[in-house]
Structure formats: structure tokens, C-alpha cells
Design a protein around this ligand. Structure first.
Ligand code: HEC
Length: 191
């Protein structure tokens, strides 16, 4: 009987000691920050401790991520002045590439031809009439760079279609040779 009482007393004592330790902890953290109110300082001290103990390790960008960044840079440098970074163009002067059938359509040869040689004269894009001129980028960009841009515009701004192979540009260069901008009627207009 006596032993049981001793065990119970020891257990109660242990609980009291543990509880006292728990209660003291936040006060100890808040205490050194004199002047500022205790709840705020204890919160910021906890946050600082958490930040110090968190070891965030960032992996180097993968080859796929680098390729996307490179394609985006090429697009911004070569197309965004007119078609805008968000692909919306500036109607009714510069047509959009976002949701344009000339970009997302299955006819990648037509897209490659416009990019290589340019486009001139009236063309309807998403129901709006444009009547301007775009100079082709064939003379200044390689097939690889053009295919990276074509893939970028086909997979950005909710556009979700397949990549374009550099071979398509090589084929269109061979087919059309040296020439100026197309009229859309030569490539087929979508209305
Ligand atoms: C200097 C301005 C300018 C630049 C730079 C430019 N374009 Fe264009 N683009 C135009 C204009 C203007 C038209 C419409 C031409 C017309 O009215 O016949 C056009 C038409 C197009 C079209 C067909 C219509 C449409 O909106 O889908 C595509 C596709 C296109 N451009 C893609 C590109 C790509 C890709 C680049 C970059 C490699 C590029 N353009 C660079 C001005 C530009």
C-alpha cells in the first residue's frame, strides 16, 4: 500500500515539474527582447529559429527547364515587340498568337512558312482583320531556334499543342527557296 502511494506521489511530482518546464519555455524566449511585448517577440523569435534551422536546398535547373527558358528568351527577343509577351498582340495592328489557328492548328508547315518568310496583306485572326506586314526571320534565325520559338508559342498562354521539329523549317526553306513575305491566300486562310 505504502509503495503504491509513493509511486502515485512521484508521478504527480513528475507531472508538476514537466508542466512548470513547459510554461517557462515561451517566457524564456520572449524575455531577452526587452521593451517589445512578450507575445510578439516570442512569435518572431520562434520564426527566426525556424528559419535558421530550415535548410532549403535548391536543385540546379534541369535541361528541360533551361530549354524552356531559352525558348522564352528567343520569343521575347524576336516576336514580343509586336505579338507581346502575353501573346495577345495589339489588335487591330499586331495579331495575337494566343488561341490563333495559325499557331495551334495542325498545319505546322504554314506556321513555319510565316515565321521564315513573313506575311503581308489582309488576314483574319480570331475574327479581326489585320492588314499589315511581318518580315520573316528565316535569314536571321537557325532552324533550331525557330523550332524552339514555334514550340514555345504552341505551348504557352493556354495554347496546348505538339512541339515543332527543326526539320519542318529545313523542309520549308527547301520548298520555297529565296522569296519575300507570303499573302495568306498562298498558304490558306482560316476564317
Ligand atoms: C515587327 C512586328 C512583328 C514581329 C517582330 C513578328 N511579327 Fe508576326 N506578325 C506581325 C504582323 C503585322 C502580322 C500580320 C501580317 C498581315 O497583316 O498580313 C503577323 C502575323 C503573324 C502570324 C499569323 C497571324 C497570327 O497572329 O497567328 C504568325 C503565326 C506570326 N506572326 C508569328 C510570329 C512569330 C513566331 C514571331 C517571332 C519569331 C513574329 N511573328 C514576329 C508582326 C510581327
Amino acid at each position: 500500500m505504502k509503495l503504491r502511494i509513493r509511486i502515485v506521489a512521484a508521478a504527480i511530482l513528475l507531472v508538476v515539474v514537466v508542466c512548470a518546464a513547459c510554461e517557462r519555455k515561451p517566457r524564456q524566449i520572449g524575455a531577452p527582447q526587452s521593451g517589445s511585448p512578450a507575445p510578439v517577440s516570442s512569435v518572431s523569435a520562434d520564426a527566426a529559429a525556424a528559419a535558421q534551422s530550415a535548410h532549403v536546398v535548391y536543385a540546379a535547373p534541369s535541361a528541360a527547364v533551361k530549354a524552356v527558358l531559352n525558348a522564352q528568351e528567343l520569343y521575347v527577343k524576336n516576336c514580343a515587340a509586336c505579338h507581346q509577351v502575353n501573346g495577345q498582340g495589339i489588335p487591330p495592328v499586331f495579331p495575337p498568337l494566343a488561341a490563333s489557328s495559325y499557331v495551334v492548328g495542325a498545319n505546322v508547315e504554314r506556321l513555319a512558312s510565316i515565321m521564315l518568310y513573313g506575311l503581308i496583306g489582309p488576314v483574319h485572326v480570331n475574327g479581326v482583320l489585320y492588314n499589315g506586314a511581318m518580315v520573316g526571320l528565316g535569314p536571321v534565325l537557325s532552324d533550331e531556334k525557330l523550332s524552339a520559338i514555334a514550340t514555345y508559342v504552341r505551348t504557352s498562354w493556354l495554347n496546348k499543342t505538339e512541339p515543332v521539329d527543326p526539320g519542318v523549317f529545313a523542309e520549308m526553306r527547301k520548298k520555297w527557296g529565296s522569296r519575300g513575305p507570303f499573302l495568306i491566300s498562298e498558304l490558306g486562310e482560316d476564317k
